[in-house]
Design a protein around this ligand. Sequence first.
Ligand SMILES: [Zn+2]
Length: 254
Amino acid sequence: MKTFKSIIDFQNEFSTEEKCREYLETQRWGLSPACPFCGSVNVHRFPNNRIFKCREKLCRSKFSVTVGTVYENTKIPLTKWFLATYILSVHSKGISSLQLANWLGITQKSAWHLNHRIREMFGDNASELLEGIVEVDETYVGGKESNKHKSKKAIKNGAGKKAMVLGAVERDGRVKVKVLDQTDSETLGATVESFVSSDSILVTDESHAYKKVGQKYNHKKINHRDKEYVRREDISVYCNESAFRYNNRKALTL
Ligand SMILES: [Zn+2]
């Protein structure tokens, strides 16, 4: 892939369906288009420039450069696919489908599709941000501090401090969990931001630790009795699972 100085540069290069197709053809075939069904290079290009027909007697297949690719059978123009790919490649933290939809002038559903397919192409599902209503909660290896008797609570930033497990759960069920060595609100905030898209509704408990990062979101605070948004049972299952693995391996990679 070429590198581009700016998004303007990129758009000039891929401003039409034609240009995008040409690029894909060169990437896929170089100078000699080949039938994707039988591999023959004995093919005819129709005057519309887009469709080919295989000349092999036993094949005779019609095809275009998008056959068998992520772009096949999509109503989304290649120009938008390309632009989305560019945008996602420069936003290493990922962006939300809603943002992508606004930028490209497509529906959020289409944007979600693009977002997922392109991430798959990049092979980095891990950097996809959670979106929508996302509940975040933390627990400690060995139990949540606030649930402990005062005498058993860890001394703040001191010895005996437990590792924190931070979990985020999206309404449609995607989950991110991480063990944090530092439990200060900066670390916690940065982790939340690395998990959750900025236009999400962030749901947490009333802990002060979420106050600062909460200002960057539509932040809903719930107390433990309020069940309006709650999937707290699920989240503690994930957190406990991670804590368990952490205890066993002393290191967790997610
Ligand atoms: Zn063929």
